[in-house]
Ligand binder design. Structure first.
Ligand SMILES: [Zn+2]
Length: 371
């Protein structure tokens, strides 16, 4: 029964208000089933009747069903290396309240990070007027074991096999779902951002490390139930610097926040315009070349229609985008040259927390399991 509810909710999310006839046709539901489903959703207060105007101008105005975005909320948490961001978001993934804090990866145990996150969430809930929360999605900095509900390994924090879902549930008293952080960001683009209706979206995120996430036909790409797209660990030079993964010469060993900061003589917290500052130095060209080389490999293997750049890359100058748009197509298979698009995320610095919220919405609401 829940799957019918989920189907109706997803149609309303993706295409706005619909007549009952349209919902039945598109959801492949009988009139009886649709009546049952909409009655329950109306009772739950997650949809409402509204006037529907046929945009073709042929039909007469009639009653339509629309989603009520404010009916429920979810929590999105991005657990990054040294940075936690939280949002409370509605059913349309609009942010109602947000918070963040930094922590020292070296000196802070995971339990302490989770306790601080719970404290920050308690404050955020009261700031947001204590809305009803369905659950929390936590975007974590490494691949996830779905069955164990754990973070398998995070190179930049050193955390391994952590049952994070259970640990968070104990502290925040909400059901929790985990997802790899960059995959969460890719999912947010597919559901609510520039990746809507795009078959394959590859997200590339640069902060402490260089991560990637792929969503294909609306589903996170997680081979074997635990994989991630390790773009940052494509080896581009056998004799390159030692990478945090133990290999030598990975893309991430050349293109990460720390290395880029050092190459332009910066210390401390990374500036938001890191790539703008990099553009004025000799380090910019080699960085672009390494990114281009690695992305060309990823495109030939994964065939994304859209590459979304996030983190520091989202604030890179236009010259980085024009370089990639000019130099990537000749390096990939001919059929990919015409379809490939490269753009920056529109979700800004909170993309990871929004990603967590979108994972929570998928799991706790649009799956239809609640109804
Ligand atoms: Zn590596």
């Amino acid at each position: 029964m829940g799957s019918h509810h989920g189907e109706v909710l997803r149609i309303l999310r993706d295409d706005g208000p619909q007549s009952r006839a349209s919902l039945a046709r598109r959801g492949k539901l009988s009139a009886t089933t649709l009546t049952h489903v909409t009655a329950q959703l109306l009772r739950d207060g997650v949809v409402a009747e509204s006037e529907f105007v046929d945009t073709t101008g042929i039909g007469r105005p009639g009653q339509a069903i629309k989603l009520i975005p404010d009916a429920h909320h979810v929590v999105g948490i991005h657990l990054g290396a040294g940075l936690v961001q939280l949002v409370i978001a509605d059913l349309a993934a609009s942010i109602k309240a947000s918070a963040s804090f930094e922590f020292s990866v070296r000196d802070t145990a995971p339990d302490d990070v989770i306790a601080r996150t719970a404290e920050a969430l308690a404050t955020l809930r009261s700031e947001a007027g204590d809305p009803h929360l369905l659950g929390a999605g936590v975007a974590v900095p490494g691949p996830v074991n779905v069955e164990q509900r754990s973070l398998l390994a995070s190179i930049n924090t050193g955390w391994r096999n952590l049952p994070l879902a259970k640990l968070f549930e104990t502290q925040i008293n909400l059901p929790v779902i985990l997802e790899h952080n960059v995959t969460s960001m890719a999912l947010a683009e597919v559901r609510y951002g520039i990746g809507r209706r795009v078959p394959a979206v590859l997200y590339v995120y640069l902060r402490t490390g260089l991560g990637a996430g792929l969503v294909v036909d609306g589903i996170p790409f997680r081979p074997g139930g635990h994989g991630a797209v390790e773009l940052g660990h494509i080896q581009i030079s056998r004799d390159g610097p030692l990478c945090s993964c133990g290999n030598h010469g990975c893309l991430e060993s050349y293109v990460n926040e720390g290395v880029l900061m050092r190459s332009i003589g910066l210390k401390g917290q990374a500036p938001s315009n890191l790539f703008e500052q990099l553009e004025a130095t000799d380090a910019f060209g080699p960085t672009l070349d390494r990114l281009t080389d690695s992305l060309a490999i990823a495109i030939n293997i994964l065939t994304p229609d859209l590459i979304v750049l996030g983190g520091h890359l989202s604030q890179a100058p236009e010259s980085l985008f024009s370089h990639l748009r000019a130099n990537l197509p000749p390096r990939v298979m001919p059929h990919m040259r015409d379809v490939l698009r490269i753009d920056r995320t529109g979700f800004g610095p909170l993309a990871g927390a929004i990603g967590g919220a979108v994972v929570a919405l998928d799991h706790f609401f649009y799956s239809g399991v609640r109804h």
